[in-house]
Design a binder for this molecule. Structure first.
Ligand code: HEC
Ligand code: HEC
Length: 312
């Protein structure tokens, strides 16, 4: 009995306290809410809006980029805007034609569907689909598809991905198309880089020739002297090499050239000369110069410095 009384008192006290607490909370929240819902805010703190940033980022993305990262599952939600008139099953046409394999399909090509005649000729590429869905009556004035349009590029990409995947398509097809371009860019860059390197190599070789002591090339000249002279007008098995640098290729009067040289260069400058001497038969297939070639770039630079210094 006694115990029960104490217990009852404790419970009573607790309930009372709870009631006061709840009342207090209600009063406080009432006051607070009134304050917040007041006519006007006293001051506005400009906060960076995350949502806005995301949208801005999405706008900077190209449609192709967005499509490559599209989410077919998200697109299934958007599809609810189309399903009243379109089915995704092959051959099932409603108010509109079936969307089965619509990506890549010829426009207005479903036999037996009564098209308006407003749709253009061509193919439903993802880009065309996106443009049509964005604003059907803008894209195809007079179209019988009475659908207001889908502004959000991301939603269009997701939707197109959904229709594609649901018809057995593969998201990789979108990724591929997107990946091709950066690769092309890289290839272009690489080409440009190689051209730069070629130009650098040309300049480097000229510098290498300039750095040589012509006397160091005299021994190397022994490989040529059986067939060539450096004196003007003296032809042997090969034409004389007097004034060779900047001389027109195959231009010594009275020498019987093979005709193979004029195919490969106009004048003998450091680079064409170096390339020819390095491997005559590779550089000028069919040449009558029976010389195996000089592998060392430095040797070629020494020899060319010698020919230039002696043959003028
Ligand atoms: C109110 C009905 C309706 C709604 C909603 C609708 N469409 Fe259509 N759709 C049509 C009709 C009708 C056509 C035929 C248009 C024509 O012939 O000009 C069509 C045509 C199309 C075509 C061209 C098909 C072809 O064979 O060339 C595509 C693509 C398309 N709709 C996609 C969509 C998508 C995607 C949605 C949802 C975002 C959608 N439609 C919503 C009725 C609708
Ligand atoms: C076995 C003989 C032989 C040797 C060795 C030889 N050449 Fe020749 N050279 C020729 C002949 C033949 C031609 C003409 C090639 C032709 O018409 O296709 C020629 C052509 C050339 C030409 C082109 C000249 C022009 O008027 O267009 C150059 C440059 C040249 N030789 C440099 C050299 C150098 C440098 C060496 C030594 C590293 C060398 N040759 C070694 C026989 C030789």
């Amino acid at each position: 009995m006694f115990d029960t009384m104490v217990f009852t008192k404790i419970v009573g006290a607790f309930c009372g306290a709870l009631l006061v607490f709840l009342l207090g909370q209600w009063a406080a929240s009432e006051l607070y809410t009134v304050g917040r819902q007041g006519d006007e805010q006293a001051f506005v703190v400009a906060m960076p809006e995350d949502d806005g940033d995301e949208e801005a980022e999405e706008e900077e993305m190209s449609f192709e980029e967005r499509l490559a990262s599209a989410d077919p599952d998200a697109g299934s939600g958007v599809w609810s805007q189309c399903r009243a008139c379109h089915a995704l099953e092959e051959g099932q046409h409603g108010v509109g034609p079936s969307m089965y394999q619509v990506v890549g399909r010829e426009i207005a090509s479903i036999d037996g569907f009564g098209y308006s005649g407003a749709l253009p000729e061509g193919e439903w590429t993802p880009q065309e689909l996106s443009a049509f869905i964005e604003n059907p009556s803008d894209y195809a004035p007079g179209t019988s598809m009475s659908y207001g349009g889908l502004d959000d590029m991301g939603e269009r990409a997701d939707l197109i991905a959904y229709m594609h995947v649901e018809s057995g398509g593969d998201m990789e097809e979108f990724e591929l198309a997107e990946a091709e371009r950066p690769e092309d860019d890289e290839a272009d860059e690489e080409e440009a880089r190689e051209e730069d390197e070629d130009a650098d190599a040309d300049a480097d070789f000229a510098a290498l020739v300039a750095a040589q002591d012509p006397a160091d090339g005299q021994n190397l000249w022994n490989q040529c002297r059986a067939c060539h002279a450096l004196e003007d007008g003296q032809n042997r098995v090969g034409p004389h090499l007097y004034g060779l640098i900047d001389r027109e290729v195959g231009s010594v009067d009275g020498f019987n050239y093979s005709g193979a040289l004029s195919e490969v260069a106009d004048v003998w400058d450091y680079d064409s000369l170096s390339a020819f001497i390095a491997n005559p038969r590779e550089y000028a297939p069919g040449t009558s110069m029976a010389y195996a070639g000089m592998g060392s770039e430095e040797d070629r630079a020494k020899l060319i410095a010698y020919i230039e210094a002696e043959g003028q």
